[in-house]
Design a protein around this ligand. Sequence first.
Ligand SMILES: [Zn+2]
Length: 404
Amino acid sequence: MIIQVPQRISNDVDSFVLDDILECLGITNTEYSVETTARNGRNIVIKNGNKNLYVIISGKSADGRNSFLAQSISTVLKMYIADEEEKEIYAFLLDTSSHAKTDYIVDTYRMIKTIGIEILNERKGFDIFPAYDNLREWKEKRTTRQQYNSANNSTYVLESSETYTIYGKCFGANSKEATLISCFVACLAKKEEKKVYFFQVEDNNSSKISENDRQLLESYGVIVENDLLPPFGPKQYEKQEKIESARNQAAFQLNLLNKYGQKKCLICENNIEESIIASHIHRITDINKSSLSWDDKCKEAVDPDNGIWLCANHDKMFENGLFYFMGQNLKTKVKITQMIENLDASTNTALDKIEDTLLKQQIYEFVKYNSELLILKDYIINNRYYNSKMRDYLERHRKRVNGF
Ligand SMILES: [Zn+2]
């Protein structure tokens, strides 16, 4: 049996480590020779009979967060996928101390397990971390970990009923993280038969993802958009045939992510992504009709101050002018009050048919609670989001729906 060890990690992978790995794999009492190679990649290849066993080797110490494991995955995966022999892939941790159990690193374990890479140390009693079943679970973990400082995010994943859209900064360590997250999302998407799009976001002096990573993503079925997407801010974008292009839509969503964080209705805080819309305050149709120059039209179309996340209900209500804003204060049209009265009347009629008084009370409370979310009274836009540009857009909306 031959074990190939790249020169650059040969200090980390001594005979004790190799014996440990072989024991985990259940390959004992087998003679082997070590072949030192010059290739890249933090992994060894065990040539066992007609099977190639790829083992990704972590960093020596887990202190360095990113460089412990996440940075190594994409290079090895690419190599693994290209191998046409019979093969298996694993990861082995050189550090299993408490440093290797931070939330950040555990998240990496769970992502790579979802991709199908087993962590060998688990066979020797290292805590078992399950693969992720769905993206929501991953996002929740991430949200609690980061206490959601949206500006710090280098990778965003948006979900709709048919697609996942990933926005990744592609500079240095961010690029490797974005690639890993994309492979992970692609594995979930396959089960759900969804498409995955990857947008490369311009960063300080950023370059694009490496050709190696691009090919890896494509082998996972990820559709990689070629052009860099402009970073936060309305300044940079290219001329397009139509203002409502997919690219502008992507830029608009990215700008909203940067301004407000992950999708959540500004009014009712509903955060079920599939029901949240990147809603324009001043509508695209009105921007198109205006006498602005092409450049200025594009600016308004992607300007984060011209947008809010709204749930489908509130989006429709806002668009139809059932509510609007005076300064930061939400105002409703009389119609809504009537609507609620009607709702009350019809609820009471329906409730009259129910005999169980406790159930009746519960249903009434439920309907009342949900109606109140729709009434939107006393809502004020948070100072964090409100500024003079947003005020101007809101004024235009108010004039459109009220005619004054
Ligand atoms: Zn809402």
